[in-house]
Write a protein that binds this ligand. Structure first.
Ligand code: ATP
Length: 480
């Protein structure tokens, strides 16, 4: 069997052709960096969500879930530092007048010149931070031009002429023509967790160390938005904030880094696809941070962040809200530290979709989405072998009896070979075929997507067989 490589272009086209991801507002020519999930994409997305949610809430007795609002009190974003610090810094050049993110330009520069030492990189980043704070942008341009950072577009020397900062939050006025009170579309779900910390503490018996998890939409005015659903302006985050005693920061950071990596590995995409990178340039709230990176078709990129946020957020919410945010332990009160795990649902979707889409040739070529059966949109397809009335009635009856347990599909159009190909392309792990022998022996043929193996099973055992193959418990067991 030959396996051929699939390009990003083919991945995007497959996602659209088979109802996984559509460009948003396409009949109006689309809108940059915003996407819709189609009829199969939404199942895959929900399955990833369910797996994450269960792995956090169901199997950890000290993690609870929340769902907080997208719109929150505007002061929250001042306290969190997002109003002043949630910025990207861009450089533009004379040749193309295009903008590039400064941090990525520096990162690539040092990657290409790997003979330069790490300390130099740290010092340059420190210098830039310092100059930004006192608004000495010309000095930054000077050092960048001295470094001879190439124009990414044509890989040639360029003169960098402009440097500017850009806040990534979407601002919306509370009332029309109301310039003063600004609401923001949240750029992370975490703040809803911090601002409910006291509510959770007072309404439950939970004790430190404990975590609060949340899944929800967030919005960022990403300027450079490309690479399909990797960088979007509206996306979904799955975040867990773990509240700890300050003295245990290191221990829990390491614990969650390992635990999250194990979760990703359980998806079966291959160990080589992941690497852990320690941040040199920290977000405004972080003390120490790791990225779990994934090898996307366009290279290793951030999939998940595991950060120590210290008590940065709680301290500032205490200051801005004037409410004490403390826990009591042994008659002493203290402000907990926070370890955060933050992952983009859409980035996991892309990791799974892009690395599981395979082009295989055994005599004929077939495109097959080899995803873990627990994540597959459709768990089993029920087919009559041909469009014969008795076989169709039999197959429909099986479909009707099993549809309350699994997401199934019934199909009788086209040849059985074509139906198999269609199910392979959307990742259905099992096809069940009803043939004339079924009418006599009450057995059906189960065909397994990856092995192309077939076996006869009694209809009464079908539910158990499908469950065995597709249950999410199979994944959860890998975590404990
Ligand atoms: P990047 O460096 O790629 O912009 P980030 O460091 O800004 O990411 P965080 O603020 O740590 O990202 O957000 C946590 C997670 O949210 C990321 O690890 C990523 O999975 C996801 N994420 C961030 N920005 C986007 C985006 N524009 N589109 C899709 N997912 C995103």
């Amino acid at each position: 069997m030959k396996t051929n490589k699939i390009s990003l272009k083919e991945i995007v086209s497959h996602a659209k052709q088979y109802g996984f991801v559509f460009p948003s507002s396409e009949i109006y020519d689309g809108i940059n960096a915003i996407y819709d999930y189609g009829q199969y994409g939404i199942y895959l997305k929900n399955n990833i969500k369910e797996y994450w949610w269960k792995s956090m809430i169901q199997i950890n007795k000290n993690i609870i879930g929340l769902e907080t609002s997208i719109l929150m009190h505007p002061k929250i974003w001042k306290a969190s530092g997002h109003v002043y610090k949630f910025k990207e810094i861009f450089l533009s050049n004379e040749d193309t007048k295009k903008s590039y993110r400064l941090d990525l330009l520096i990162e690539n520069y040092f990657k290409k010149n790997n003979y330069l030492n790490k300390d130099l990189k740290k010092n340059i980043i420190k210098y830039i931070d310092k100059k930004l704070k006192i608004n000495e942008k010309e000095k930054i341009l000077k050092i960048i031009n001295k470094m001879k950072i190439l124009n990414p577009k044509n890989k040639e020397r360029t003169k960098w002429t402009k440097i500017y900062e850009y806040n990534l939050m979407f601002k919306i006025p509370l009332k029309e023509h109301d310039g003063n009170k600004k609401f923001y579309l949240r750029p992370e779900t975490a703040q809803g967790i911090f601002t409910n910390f006291l509510n959770v503490l007072n309404s439950s018996k939970i004790k430190i160390p404990f975590g609060i998890a949340q899944i929800g939409k967030v919005f960022r005015k990403e300027i450079i938005a490309r690479q399909f659903i990797f960088r979007m302006r509206e996306f979904e985050q799955m975040e867990m904030q773990f509240f700890i005693h300050p003295k245990q920061e290191e221990k829990w950071l390491e614990y969650w880094k390992k635990k999250r990596l194990r979760w990703h590995l359980s998806l079966g995409l291959g160990e080589k696809k992941y690497r852990v990178y320690e941040h040199e340039q920290l977000a405004h709230y972080a003390n120490k941070a790791y990225d779990i990176q994934f090898k996307y078709p366009f290279g290793f990129k951030e999939l998940e962040g595991v950060h120590s946020r210290t008590n940065f957020d709680l301290k500032n919410h205490e200051k801005y809200s004037k409410k004490k945010i403390r826990v009591f332990d042994n008659k002493k009160s203290y402000m907990p530290y926070i370890i955060e795990t933050s992952v983009g649902l859409d980035r996991i979707f892309l990791a799974v979709f892009s690395s599981c889409l395979k082009k295989e040739t055994i005599k004929k070529e077939r495109i097959i989405l080899k995803i873990h059966p627990a994540l597959s949109p459709i768990k089993a397809a029920i087919f009559p072998l041909i469009r014969d009335k008795r076989l169709m009635a039999y197959a429909k009856d099986i479909y009707k009896k099993l549809k309350i347990y699994f997401i199934l599909t019934y199909e009788d159009k086209d040849s059985i070979g074509k139906r198999y190909r269609r199910q392979d392309a959307i990742g259905t792990p099992i096809c069940v075929t009803i043939d004339f022998k079924t009418l006599k022996d009450k057995c059906v043929t189960m065909r397994f997507r990856d092995k192309m193996l077939q076996k006869r099973v009694l209809i009464k055992d079908l539910k158990r067989e499908i469950k065995k193959e597709t249950s999410m418990n199979k994944l959860l067991k890998l975590l404990i």
